[in-house]
Design a protein around this ligand. Structure first.
Ligand code: ADE
Ligand code: ZN
Length: 336
C-alpha cells in the first residue's frame, strides 16, 4: 500500500533493540547444533524452531518472555556467533529503512556463562564495521545491566578492565538497564549510573514498561537518564508528562512488544496521540524483533493502522528520533 511504501522510505533510527532479542528460532537451532548446546528437554517448545516460534505467540508477561530470551542466548558462544547475530539484524534493519541503529546487549548474561566480554564485543564490532561499509548504516552499542541481579554485581561488571576499555575507546556509547522491572526499581542502581555519568557515558534505562509512572520519575531523578526505554506508563501522570516534554527526554517505545508482553491490549492503547499532543519526544522500535513478530517497519505500520498519523506527524517523529540519537552532530546533519 502507498502508506507502507512511505513508511518504508522514511529514514529511520532505531534506539531500542536488544541484539540477543534478534536471535531468530532458525539461527538459534543452527547455533545450538553447531555448538552442541543442550536446550531444555522438559519444555516442548524447544523441540524445533517451528514449535519455539509458535510458543512466542503466547507470552503472558515480561518474565515469561525473559525465560525464553535467556535460554535462547545460551547458544551464543563464539565471536562468530555474535557477529552472525548482529549482522543478520543490521541487514534486516537496513531493509526496513534504518539508517542509524543504537543496539543493546547484555554482557552479564554472557560472562555469567563463561563467555568473555571480549568475545561478545569483537563479534559485534566486526558486524558494525560491515554494516557501516556495506549498508551505510551507523551504529552504536549500549551496554545493559540486568536489574534482577544485585546492584553490587552490576558495579563489579561495570568496573571490569575490558568494559572500562570499551568505554574509553568509544566502542560502547552508553549504558542501559533491563530485565525484570517490577521488583527492581531504578534507584537501586544510583551508584552505577553516577559512575557512568562521571565517565561521560550516555545513560538510558527501561522504565514504565510493566512498572508504574513513578519508576520513570525515579529513573530521571536518581539515574540521570537522557532517555527512557518504553515509558508507556508516562501517560498515567500528566504532570510528569509535561516535565518529560519540557526536558526533551526521549521515550523509546516498542508497540508490538507491549502487546505481546501484555502491557497493553492493543497498539491503539499505546498512548501515541497523548505523547504527540503533549510534545513528548519518542521513537518507535522493535525491542526483541525475533520474539515479538516484527521488526521496526512492522511497528511503524502497526502504529499507523491504530493511530492514523499524518505525513507531517511521521516526519516529525523521524526528525525527533534523529535528534534524540547518540551519534555525532555531523552524522545527525547527514540523517536530517
Ligand atoms: N530484555 C530484553 N527485552 C526486554 C524488555 N522488553 N524489557 C526488559 N528487559 C528486556
Ligand atoms: Zn527492551
Amino acid at each position: 500500500s502507498p502508506i507502507h511504501v512511505f513508511l518504508q522510505a522514511l529514514p529511520k533510527c532505531e534506539h531500542h533493540i536488544h541484539l540477543e532479542g534478534a536471535l531468530t528460532p532458525s539461527l538459534l537451532f543452527e547455533l545450538a547444533a553447531r555448538n552442541n548446546t543442550t536446550l531444555p528437554a522438559d519444555d516442548h517448545a524447544f523441540l524445533s524452531a517451528e514449535s519455539l516460534r509458535l510458543r512466542y505467540d503466547h507470552f503472558t508477561s515480561l518474565d515469561d518472555f525473559l525465560n525464553y530470551y535467556y535460554i535462547g542466548m545460551s547458544v551464543l558462544i563464539h565471536s562468530s556467533d555474535f557477529e552472525a547475530l548482529a549482522w543478520s539484524y543490521f541487514q534486516r534493519a537496513a531493509a526496513d529503512g534504518v539508517h542509524h541503529a543504537e543496539v543493546f546487549f547484555d554482557p552479564q548474561a554472557h560472562t555469567s556463562r563463561g563467555v568473555a566480554y571480549s568475545t561478545v564485543l569483537s563479534g559485534f564490532t566486526i558486524a558494525r564495521d560491515r554494516a557501516c561499509k556495506e549498508l551505510g548504516m551507523s551504529t552504536e552499542l549500549i551496554c545493559c545491566f540486568l536489574r534482577h541481579l544485585p546492584p553490587a554485581d552490576c558495579l563489579v561488571t561495570f568496573n571490569q578492565a575490558e568494559l572500562q576499555e570499551s568505554f574509553e575507546h568509544g566502542a560502547v556509547a552508553g549504558i542501559g538497564l533491563d530485565s525484570s522491572e517490577l521488583d527492581f526499581p531504578p534507584q537501586l542502581f544510583g551508584e552505577l549510573y553516577r559512575k557512568a555519568g562521571e565517565q561521560g557515558l550516555r545513560r538510558t534505562a527501561h522504565a514504565g514498561e510493566e512498572g508504574p509512572a513513578a519508576y520513570i520519575a525515579n529513573a530521571i531523578d536518581t539515574l540521570g537518564v537522557e532517555r527512557i526505554d518504553h515509558g508507556i506508563k508516562l501517560a498515567e501522570d500528566g504532570e510528569l508528562m509535561r516535565r518529560v516534554a519540557e526536558s526533551g527526554i526521549m521515550l523509546t517505545t516498542c508497540p508490538l512488544s507491549n502487546v505481546l508482553l501484555r502491557c497493553v491490549k492493543s497498539v491503539a492503547e499505546v498512548p501515541i496521540r497523548r505523547f504527540l499532543d503533549a510534545g513528548v519526544r519518542f521513537s518507535i522500535n522493535s525491542d526483541d524483533p525475533a520474539y515479538f513478530g516484527g521488526y521496526i517497519l512492522d511497528n511503524y505500520c502497526a502504529v499507523q493502522e491504530a493511530h492514523n498519523l499524518s505525513v507531517a506527524e511521521w516526519e516529525s517523529i523521524c526528525r525527533a528520533s534523529i535528534e534524540g540519537s547518540w551519534c555525532e552532530q555531523d552524522r545527525k546533519d547527514e540523517l536530517l
